[in-house]
Ligand binder design. Structure first.
Ligand SMILES: NC(=O)c1ccc[n+]([C@@H]2O[C@H](COP(=O)([O-])OP(=O)(O)OC[C@H]3O[C@@H](n4cnc5c(N)ncnc54)[C@H](O)[C@@H]3O)[C@@H](O)[C@H]2O)c1
Length: 362
């Protein structure tokens, strides 16, 4: 394929706009269509785009028009399943924002409909593509720290932002915080551990955020802090430490992995801090000095997103998969299992028990 990859954006809100800004700086790609139910979101996107694009208010009409090679699905989580069913009537490549769907059941239903689908189907998991995180993963997989035993991921950040119609205030729309937000981290755990999850134990609550808000007489119900432990089949233990009332943290994400011969750690600068560099530090048990490597993200790439350059690198890999007709780096199954761990963690908190992953018949 020598032509540019033509993208259509379904869901032109906050994340759809981040995708647009990234596609605008990729030479062999262009946005040709927008599809959104909100004229305000459409207008915001039109302001970001250099070229004229076609505009649709529903995805059936977009599919019918058949003008794009790839669709980005960036609508609210609860709408993914219906949007996905509609776009399966096309042959387009699909980049589906996380979480794949709000429940394991919906993810399974979607997966069952995709057999023989000709396009690449890719679950968007941007955290895999953050340069310091990617470097850390490479080192762990190269056995720099020996056999991995412990992995911890800390995310301390600001509360959920306001979204179009505030869909993100309720678990029914999002899947719950541990699905909506933390599927990213469960995906990372599984990728780093190179193993499947066995059981999940979690403790968490909504202690601070959104308790003074009301929507149609209902107070939001999204957890704002939690500890989640995931045990993997190969013996790796992983911990998520999430706090969403921690504005002004120096780092938004901190990752630390300990193996049989050493430890590796990195941190991702806070969202929008403008800081482009981070260190990956490796300390071996039998060495007196730790080794530190500074990883930098190109300033132009950093400026077009809120995820430390990752959306740009994710698109490069997605486009490569399209052009080489290869398997997606982040599959439907990856998206499904990440949702399942999140759902298990929500259930563990609700029912105060260990949740075995075989309860989900994955
Ligand atoms: N990967 C990440 O780090 C990351 C970050 C933010 C959001 N997201 C994901 O991206 C998706 C969108 O989140 P957002 O923050 O952009 O929300 P948003 O509310 O800012 O934007 C969603 C847009 O979808 C539109 N929409 C709603 N229903 C639609 C439908 N049926 N057809 C077409 N358009 C429709 C809305 O009008 C709105 O413009 C969610 O799944 C979210 O979890 C991912």
């Amino acid at each position: 394929m020598t032509n540019k990859i033509k993208y259509a954006i379904i869901g032109a809100g906050c994340m759809g706009q981040e995708h647009i800004l990234n596609i605008e700086i990729i030479d062999d790609a262009e946005v040709v269509a927008l599809c959104d139910t909100s004229p305000e979101s459409i207008n915001q996107c039109l302001d970001l785009l250099k070229n004229d694009v076609s505009v649709f208010t529903n995805c059936e009409d977009l599919v019918e028009a058949n003008i794009a090679d790839a669709y980005i699905i960036a609508t609210p989580n609860f709408t993914h399943i219906e949007v996905l069913k509609s776009v399966l009537k096309s042959n387009a490549h699909l980049l589906i924002e996380k979480p794949l769907c709000t429940t394991v059941e919906d993810c399974k239903e979607f997966a069952s409909l995709t057999e023989n689908y000709p396009g690449v189907i890719w679950t968007a998991m941007e955290y895999r593509y953050m340069p310091p995180v990617k470097k850390m993963i490479e080192e762990i997989h190269n056995k720099t720290i020996g056999d991995l035993y412990m992995l911890s991921i800390k995310e301390h950040r600001f509360p959920f932002l306001h979204k179009v119609d505030d869909w993100n205030r309720f678990a029914i729309n999002t899947g719950g915080t541990l699905v909506e937000k933390c599927c990213h981290f469960f995906d990372l755990m599984r990728l780093i551990a190179q193993s499947e999850p066995l059981k999940v134990y979690a403790s968490g609550n909504q202690d601070v955020n959104h308790l003074d808000e009301e929507y149609d007489g209902k107070v939001p119900d999204m957890l704002d802090n939690a500890f989640v432990i995931v045990d993997f089949e190969n013996g790796v233990r992983a911990l998520l430490d999430l706090c969403m009332f921690a504005e002004n943290s120096e780092y938004q994400e901190e990752l630390c992995a300990v193996g049989s011969i050493g430890k590796i750690e990195t941190a991702v600068p806070s969202n929008d801090s403008g800081i482009s560099i981070s260190d990956v530090r490796i300390g071996l048990r039998e060495s007196e000095k730790a080794k530190k490597e500074t990883i930098a993200v190109d300033e132009q790439i950093l400026a077009v997103g809120h995820h430390h350059g990752s959306t740009f690198y994710e698109h490069q890999s997605f486009i490569k998969a399209i052009r080489s007709n290869s398997l997606p780096e982040v599959s439907l199954n990856d998206g499904l299992v990440a949702v399942a761990i999140g759902e298990a963690a929500e259930l563990s908190i609700k029912e105060g028990r260990v949740v075995e992953m075989n309860e989900f018949n994955l």
